[in-house]
Design a protein around this ligand. Sequence first.
Ligand SMILES: *Cc1c(COP(=O)(O)O)cnc(C)c1O
Length: 368
Amino acid sequence: MHRKTWMEINLDMIGDNIRKLKEICGKKVVAVLKANAYGCGDRQVMQAVLAGGADMIAVSSVDEALMIRQEGYEGPVLILGSADPEDIPVMIEHDISAAAFSAEWVQEAVLKGCRGLRVHMKVDTGMNRIGFKDNNELKKAFVLLKDAGCVMEGIFTHFCCADTDMEMTDSQYSRFASAVKALDYPFEWIHCDNSDATVFFRDDLSNACRVGISLYGISTYEKTLKYPVALYSEISMVKQVGKGETIGYGATYTAEEDMWVGTVPIGYADGFIRANQGRKVYVDGHLCEVCGRVCMDQMMIRLPEKLSPGTTVEIFGPHISVEDMADELHTIPYEIFCLISPRVTRKYIRHGVISEEDNIRLVQTGIL
Ligand SMILES: *Cc1c(COP(=O)(O)O)cnc(C)c1O
């Protein structure tokens, strides 16, 4: 890595987090590694969660499931989202489980032939995204798939407000329980809990929890998880800006007094969006304001004194939580993680030391 902007992902802590989550819920745990494990690297995060006891990997698409298989993982893989029935032969070949989520999908699957496909029935209990809303429709679809030779492996739903609205969650759960009862089938996998529900929601019906964001320490209810992810850059240039001078595109920042300014090689093309203007980053014991517009590849910050080029800049990490950053940007930590672009090199900590650097473009071109 030659550009001094990087993400650190502590795989030891991810392992600790999944062990803790498993202990809390006392059920099988499905590690949700969609979107390249929330931008943290599916290959590396998968190693950590499997070592920590994950019982299944979940992703969002056939492509993501194939990548998981390509890494050599032979255990259960579930696609949570809508897979194209065209891809059923690929899913069967690679032993990938699909979500059956609508009457149309099931009709097409049966028409195309789905003998041997592993299926989880998806129940829509209030999210109104994908899934069966009606128990009769669900039952019909279930029978069609079963008769067509599918392996009826599971049933699941997804809570929309596990972080905010217990009543809504309770009502979604009741809907789910009625759907499970309607099918009255000994599913191997019955699952409804996302990260937040895994911690607070208790039921005797489900036998597995799906955890995504809490692998990274982010949880509304559980405050003992560890924060394994941080984003860093470093000062490339330090200069004095005189009173009355402006900084950056659009000259949107005017120095009210003489000040020290550091330039930092991180910008919106790295996922550090322009809305960060005016926010603070952590440098050498100080919180430093982002001055002027964030550029594509660089930004400028106000320094408390003349610091040296090469000084580390923490965007989020031990001193600035990604939750606070998300609040200030009116978004959620998921989005902050997912926006960190492939250009940013990922460094992985194993057994306490940085043991790997990964950057897909640099690897593809032979630079790394
Ligand atoms: C993303 C996702 C999850 C994981 O949610 P977290 O809040 O990150 O734990 C679980 N289930 C489904 C269906 C999802 O799409």
